[in-house]
Design a protein around this ligand. Structure first.
Ligand SMILES: NC(=O)c1ccc[n+]([C@@H]2O[C@H](COP(=O)([O-])OP(=O)(O)OC[C@H]3O[C@@H](n4cnc5c(N)ncnc54)[C@H](O)[C@@H]3O)[C@@H](O)[C@H]2O)c1
Length: 329
C-alpha cells in the first residue's frame, strides 16, 4: 500500500484557501459539531514555563465525520518569537487516513489558524450582535487583523475603533487594509473611549488584565473575548444577560472564563447560547435586542482539521500534482 504524504507549506495553503472558504468551513464544522458529527476531545496544554521555556503548546485532535478527516493541530504561543520576526502563535497540522492511520499530509498551520480564528467572530457577530455599525477591536495584532478581515466579508460595519498598548501596532493594522474599506478607522486613546457606545467589542490580546469594564458595555452590546487569558472585569461576565461559547469544556479551562470557573461562579450550566447548537437549529441565538451578550471564543481544533481537510479536497479537485514524501523510505 502506498504511503505518500503531502508536505504543504504556507504559500501553497494560501493559494488554495480563501477567507470565504475558511468562513464557510468554520460555519459548517460548528454546525456538524452541534449535530454530533464531530469527535473532539478537549485540548491538552503543555506549558513549558516551569522549565524556563517561555511558551506553551496545545494538542488539539479531531475527527470530522461529514468530511471523513482525522487529524491534530499542534499550536503554541512563544514569547520569544517576536524578537525573531516570527508571529507569537505558531501552528502545524497533521492529517491521517481515518481507516489506516497513514499520514496524508503535514500542513503548515499558521494561515489556517489565523483565518479560522478570524472567521469565528465574523460568524458569531452575525448570530449574536444586535447591530454591527460600530465595532471595537482591542489588540490590533495578527488575530485582530484576521477578525476584522473576515467580519468585513459578512457584516456591514460603519466604524472600527482600535485600541492597543502599541500605537505602532494600530498604524500597522490600518495599513493592512485597502484605503477604500467601507468603514472608517478611529484610533482610541483608551479602552473606555473605544468601548462606550460600541455595538461589538472584541478583545484579542495576549494581556491578562481587565481591558473592558462592565459600565462601558451599552444596552444590546456584544462583547467577545478571544485572548488566552483574562481580558474583561468579572462583572462583564457576571452582569451579562446571556453568555455564549463556542464549546463548553474548553471554555472552562482557558481564556477569560478560566478564573470565574475556578472560583465556581461559572460552570457548564452557565452557558445560555452554544454556537454549534444554534447553527444546528437546536437553540436560538439572540432573542432580545436589549440583551448584553458576553461571548467567549476559545477556538477549537476541529476548525483547523476541517480546513486542512478542505485544503486536501481542493488540491485533489484541482488535479495539481504536489510533491509527496514516501513514508516507507
Ligand atoms: N480564540 C482563538 O481561537 C485564538 C486563536 C489564536 C490565538 N488566540 C489568542 O489571541 C491573542 C492574540 O494573538 P495574536 O496572534 O494576535 O498576537 P499578536 O502579538 O499579533 O497581537 C497581540 C496584540 O495585543 C496587544 N496588546 C497586548 N497587551 C495589550 C493590552 N493590555 N491592551 C491592549 N492591547 C494589548 C499587543 O500590542 C498586540 O498588538 C493571544 O492571546 C492568542 O493566544 C486565540
Amino acid at each position: 500500500m502506498e504511503e505518500r504524504a503531502l508536505i504543504i507549506g504556507e504559500s501553497t495553503v494560501k493559494r488554495y484557501l480563501s477567507p470565504e472558504d475558511v468562513i464557510d468551513c468554520v460555519e459548517k464544522t460548528w454546525r456538524w459539531y452541534g449535530e454530533g458529527k464531530v469527535v473532539m476531545p478537549d485540548k491538552i496544554t503543555t506549558d513549558m514555563a516551569a522549565m524556563g521555556i517561555p511558551g506553551w503548546f496545545n494538542s488539539m485532535p479531531a475527527y470530522i465525520g461529514p468530511m471523513d478527516v482525522a487529524g491534530i493541530k499542534v499550536v503554541g504561543g512563544y514569547d520569544g518569537n517576536k524578537a525573531l520576526g516570527l508571529p507569537y502563535i505558531k501552528a502545524n497540522l497533521l492529517v491521517t487516513d481515518s481507516r489506516t492511520g497513514i499520514l496524508r499530509a503535514l500542513v503548515s498551520g499558521d494561515y489556517i489558524n489565523d483565518l479560522r480564528t478570524g472567521a469565528q467572530p465574523a460568524i458569531m457577530a452575525r448570530l449574536l450582535a444586535a447591530s454591527t455599525d460600530v465595532v471595537t477591536i482591542i489588540g490590533t495584532g495578527l488575530q485582530g487583523y484576521t477578525s476584522l478581515l473576515c467580519m468585513s466579508k459578512v457584516l456591514n460595519i460603519k466604524e472600527v475603533r482600535l485600541s492597543d498598548i502599541s500605537e505602532a501596532a494600530m498604524d500597522r493594522y490600518i495599513a493592512r487594509f485597502p484605503e477604500d474599506v467601507p468603514f472608517r478607522f478611529v484610533k482610541c486613546r483608551s479602552n473606555e473611549e473605544a468601548c462606550r457606545g460600541s455595538d461589538v467589542i472584541i478583545t484579542v490580546t495576549n494581556a491578562n488584565a481587565n481591558l473592558v469594564e462592565e459600565p462601558w458595555v451599552k444596552e444590546g452590546g456584544l462583547v467577545m473575548t478571544m485572548g488566552s487569558f483574562r481580558e474583561t472585569s468579572f462583572d462583564v461576565v457576571r452582569k451579562a444577560d446571556k453568555i455564549a461559547v463556542d464549546q463548553v469544556g474548553q471554555s472552562l479551562h482557558r481564556g477569560n472564563l478560566k478564573e470565574l470557573a475556578a472560583m465556581g461562579e461559572i460552570t457548564a450550566d452557565s452557558f445560555d447560547i452554544l454556537i454549534p447548537d444554534v447553527l444546528a437549529g437546536k437553540m436560538p441565538a439572540r432573542t432580545n435586542q436589549k440583551d448584553r451578550i458576553y461571548a467567549q471564543i476559545i477556538g477549537t481544533g476541529m476548525l483547523d482539521v476541517a480546513c486542512a481537510g478542505l485544503l486536501l479536497e481542493k488540491i485533489t479537485a484541482s488535479g495539481d500534482e504536489l510533491p509527496r514524501f514516501d513514508m516507507t523510505k
